[in-house]
Write a protein that binds this ligand. Structure first.
Ligand code: CAA
Length: 298
């Protein structure tokens, strides 16, 4: 068995998925000096990912958080391709695809033949068992959960989750790499939804029940938690920001994984997802984002 590389030997990072999480991870990795390679299912998705990273870095330059030179250097470190062949020299690959177990399992099965034996595989899953995902790879000891928060360039937490087989060098590598990315790592055990989402998603689900039962309007609920609990955004705006499909997937993992009815997904959340009203990325969720200002949909 090969030993996991140390943080010093990681130079290139592969990222699977150029959506909001994958792009954010690419953004912080490139700014930290890693050579970054992104794949996604289509060339359009990759073009959109790079344009999004460019726009977010430009915003950081405008706010004086990042210099123009650092931005230019980081953008030069990012390359994209629609297949896994670009990962052949990568020391580390992180999967940030859709939060659906069958999709992730397929990705890992296809990915492993392209990788160096020493490469670490991380998943940015927000809820799915690391141990179960690791089991479909050829290297469960070099497999780990590395869960970033959205928006990745702003949020400073990374949850680091060992599967049952994850070895200590892999854990230390990922913990040290998180620090190099300017984040604070927190270790979480491999139980459904780990720490943040085990606590956050039931709160969001409860806010949707409060809406469903007519206790308050979208605006009232969000104002109540924004002003009354000092949350930076209300729970329904946050649900839209995370993506209602992701929120529902996480609630299903909690409900099934912990077999407790207190995690039952709110039927109104299910209805929004069935309608394709998936939140900000779809233009509509608990708010309608298609006009100049977000307008509550209930
Ligand atoms: N990229 C880079 N910078 C960004 C950014 C992005 N995508 N989005 C926001 N920013 C920066 C802004 O440039 C701004 O920077 P300065 O402080 O230098 O001025 C700063 O973030 C604040 O942004 P804004 O002024 O535009 O807006 P805001 O003050 O309303 O903050 C927010 C926006 C950071 C999103 C804030 O509302 C917030 O923290 N919301 C809660 C986010 C949260 O809870 N995330 C966790 C979600 S759960 C999760 O991710 C886990 C999961 O698996 C589901």
């Amino acid at each position: 068995m090969t030993t996991a590389p140390t943080p010093q030997t990681i130079k290139s990072v592969g990222i699977i998925g150029g959506g909001q999480m994958g792009s954010g991870i690419a953004h912080v990795c490139a700014l930290a000096g890693y050579d970054v390679r992104i794949t996604d299912v289509s060339a359009e998705a990759l073009t959109k990912a790079v344009a999004g990273i460019d726009a977010n870095m430009t915003r950081q330059v405008a706010r004086g958080r990042v210099t123009e030179e650092a931005k230019n250097a980081a953008m030069k470190l990012i390359s994209t391709a629609p297949d896994y062949a670009i990962f052949k020299d990568c020391d580390f690959v992180i999967e940030a695809a859709t939060e659906r177990e069958e999709i992730k399992r397929e990705i890992f099965k296809k990915l492993t033949p392209y990788l160096k034996p020493s490469a670490i595989i991380a998943t940015n899953t927000s809820s799915i068992s690391i141990t179960r995902l690791a089991a479909v790879t050829d290297r469960p000891e070099h497999f780990i959960g590395m869960h970033f928060m959205n928006p990745v360039p702003v949020m400073t937490l990374v949850e680091v989750i060992r599967g049952i087989a994850t070895d200590e060098p892999t854990f230390e590598t990922v913990r040290d790499m998180s620090v190099k990315l300017g984040k604070t790592p927190v270790a979480a055990e491999d139980f459904p939804a780990f720490i943040v989402n085990r606590i956050l998603l039931p709160m969001i689900n409860e806010a949707i029940y409060v809406l469903h039962e007519g206790v308050g309007s979208v605006e009232a609920i969000d104002n109540a938690m924004h002003l009354g609990a000092n949350h930076p955004m209300g729970p329904l705006a946050l649900a839209d920001f995370i993506g209602l499909d992701t929120c529902l997937s996480i609630m299903q993992v909690l409900y099934e994984g912990l077999a407790d009815s207190k995690y039952r997904p709110c039927p109104l959340l299910v209805k929004y997802v069935e309608a394709g009203w998936l939140g900000k990325k779809a233009g509509r969720g608990f708010y309608d984002y298609r006009g100049e200002k977000p307008v509550p949909t209930r």
